[in-house]
Design a protein around this ligand. Structure first.
Ligand code: CA
Length: 229
């Protein structure tokens, strides 16, 4: 039975979700503030977390950020505001998905199933997985979530890291924006497709420009390609 942690300070919503998820056969725990949520995420070890953005004690973004140092637990963030910057921020801090309140419970259940499936795939994938990819002066270590270029650590957010890793795994291949969105942002990401361009810009700003190298190529009418010897 999969365990789901709900971190939500609005009691009505938390109770509603708890009942619905238990009805679906999940084992459920709840927390009403960010700090308790973070503690339960680490101690109870859920398989997925539903995390409200606006929380007392610690915000959802802060919970996400701290949790990502220790765990790749799938996180679906709930936001009351239809505010792109909050969503991008949440995804940036390592949330896997988000939903804007109010939402249809069926949609949330579908996203939970996707999140849990992704987790199973990655768990079965990792044991035989070589975490270190090196291309020229650039080294990415998926085990420790670190990137170094010419021996200098490069600080990336989780999403920047995921995008770079994906592109490095497909070195020399032109990747379409659609495939990047599907594989890096996940299944049916419905936000702005410009998010890929925005993140490529972030990566160029952190890797290509400061280190005076060229790794990220724009492939006209297709998307992007990583290449670097
Ligand atoms: Ca709230």
């Amino acid at each position: 039975m999969s365990r789901i942690l709900i971190v939500e300070d609005e009691k009505k919503i938390a109770r509603f979700l708890e009942l619905e998820l238990e009805h679906e056969g999940y084992e459920v725990a709840t927390a009403e503030d960010g700090r308790t949520g973070l503690e339960k995420a680490l101690s109870w070890k859920p398989d997925l977390m539903i995390l409200d953005l606006m929380l007392p004690e610690l915000s959802g973004i802060e919970v996400c950020r701290r949790l990502r140092h220790e765990s790749d637990l799938p996180i679906i963030m709930l936001t009351a505001k239809d505010d792109v910057s909050d969503k991008v921020m949440g995804l940036d801090m390592g949330a896997d998905d988000y939903m804007t309140k109010p939402f249809a419970i069926e949609e949330l259940l579908a996203r939970i199933r996707v999140g849990l499936k992704k987790r199973r795939v990655s768990e079965s994938y990792y044991p035989s997985f070589t975490p270190v990819i090196t291309c020229g002066d650039l080294t990415l270590d998926a085990g420790s979530y670190t990137v170094t270029c010419k021996g200098t650590p490069v600080l990336l957010t989780k999403k920047e890291f995921d995008l770079l890793r994906y592109l490095m795994q497909h070195k020399g291949q032109a990747m379409t924006r659609d495939s990047l969105l599907t594989d890096v942002w996940g299944y049916d990401y419905t936000g702005d497709t410009n998010v890929v361009d925005v993140y490529i810009r972030y990566l160029r700003h952190k890797i290509d420009e400061p280190f005076g190298i060229k790794t990220l190529y724009t492939i006209r009418a297709v998307g992007y390609m990583f290449n670097y010897e």
